[in-house]
Design a protein around this ligand. Sequence first.
Ligand SMILES: [Zn+2]
Ligand SMILES: [Zn+2]
Length: 153
Amino acid sequence: MDSDKIDAIHRGGCVCGAIILRTTGQPLRVGLCHCLDCRKAHAAAFAAFVVFPPESVSITDADGSELTAGTLGVYDNGRGYRRHFCRSCGSRIYGTDDVSAALELHLGLFDETNLWAPTYEIWIKRREGWLKELDSIANRYEEDAAREGLSIG
Ligand SMILES: [Zn+2]
Ligand SMILES: [Zn+2]
């Protein structure tokens, strides 16, 4: 395999630039969530997640320094899932849950397009009818995928 690709560093950040993230290597998984919480939290028809182990992600301020306390806001849904966002501009940065250490980054944060394509969709019972089926999708779940060993908010 191409080691450049394996070790690729990708950059992203929030819309105001207060929060910069860098990922190393390839994500654990990439998927779409159509659940009502994601729709509302993102104010979007669906949410695209790129999930990385925490050791592959660095999140800093614009100068590359550690984030000062209070830069990230956290919304805890009371059911073991937390949505982290920039308190300055409101951009969603990542989600975390009680059952996994993984960081669920949002695809739209990355500066480049076409880095990854989703391979699964969850909560398709809430999927918009105008959205065409995507060729990259291998697995679709009516609701969440916890039964299949995936935990995705
Ligand atoms: Zn921001
Ligand atoms: Zn969701």
